[in-house]
Design a protein around this ligand. Structure first.
Ligand code: PMP
Length: 287
């Protein structure tokens, strides 16, 4: 089946979809994005992703696309026509193209944002084998820009981090700045020590994960203790357990940090419980 995608108001077969070579995202990385998971044909945490999209646009003085109010309908239509049961909807909004290359932002009155959405099918996504096995991470220097709270498409360094992890035989990288873990290359990072869930506090240093917000809320509701503070890689190596969160991995246990095995090397109790709660609860509110 040919995938149907959405570009600036049109639903098209993917090979017919086109964006200008002058698009600011192509030339300058001047675009923002969101990834919303689909489970059982329904969108997980859609409102959270929409709110963060609005925030990213506002922080970059990027005009809101005319389709802003139709985004839920567009997501649902793509899920429907592409017959997605489990998977993701990728959404990107860019500052558009004014037909040339210039560092200065184009006039928003005359240059409309570009809006692109497409689906990715991942059957059985909630039952990823890695959730049973746990994942390994390596630490790398966090060399990204200073506004990681804005979800921009400038993903070159995170891609390089994934490649460094792959080369080292690990599953992902945790980024370290001034001796403290900021977050994973495409996820938020947590350790668990003496029953406490520890994760870096929100700031411009990390993406304000939608899954993070939900998981911390569910953890508090389940009377688990959450401490939002910086932690080091040494603390992570010495932790009872660790995990990551993101829209596409939900809660994923980490069992190895820089080659050191945590606990008995299998997913920890807290991570497993939070994954179960997150999947249960977010399915209840899926739309
Ligand atoms: N941090 C980074 C750097 C990310 O790229 C992501 C996923 N896009 C996250 C955290 C997790 O955010 P969310 O839970 O909203 O997917």
């Amino acid at each position: 089946m040919t995938r149907t995608v959405y570009v600036n108001g049109d639903y098209l077969p993917e090979h017919e979809a086109k964006v200008s070579i002058f698009d600011r995202a192509f030339l300058m990385g001047d675009g923002v994005y969101e990834v919303t998971s689909v489970l059982g044909g329904k969108l997980i945490d859609f409102d959270g992703h929409l709110k963060r999209l609005e925030r990213s646009l506002n922080e970059l003085d990027m005009p809101h696309p005319a389709a802003m109010g139709d985004l839920l309908e567009i997501h649902r239509e793509l899920v429907r026509v592409n017959e997605i049961t489990d998977g993701m909807v990728y959404l990107q909004v860019t500052r558009g193209s004014d037909g040339d290359r210039d560092f200065v932002f184009p006039n928003p009155e005359t240059t409309a944002p570009t809006v692109v959405l497409f689906t990715q099918s991942k059957p059985g996504m909630a039952k990823a084998p890695m959730a049973d096995k746990g994942m390994s991470v390596i630490s790398v220097d966090d060399l990204r820009w200073g506004r990681r709270d804005i979800k921009t498409v400038q993903l070159l360094y995170p891609s390089m981090c994934k490649m460094m992890a792959k080369k080292a035989g690990a599953d992902d990288a945790w980024l370290v700045q001034d001796g403290f873990v900021t977050e994973g290359s495409s996820n938020n990072a947590y350790i668990v020590k003496d029953g406490k869930i520890i994760t870096r506090e929100l700031s411009n240093d990390i993406l304000h994960g939608i899954t993070r917000a939900a998981v911390l809320r569910f953890a508090a509701e389940a009377q688990m203790e959450v401490v939002e503070r910086n932690f080091t890689i040494d603390e992570a190596k010495d932790a009872d357990e660790a995990f990551i969160t993101s829209a596409s991995t939900f809660v994923m246990p980490v069992v190895k940090v820089d080659g050191e095995t945590l606990g008995d090397g299998t997913p920890g109790r807290v991570a497993k419980r939070l994954r179960e709660i997150y999947l249960d609860e977010s399915l209840k509110t899926a739309i």
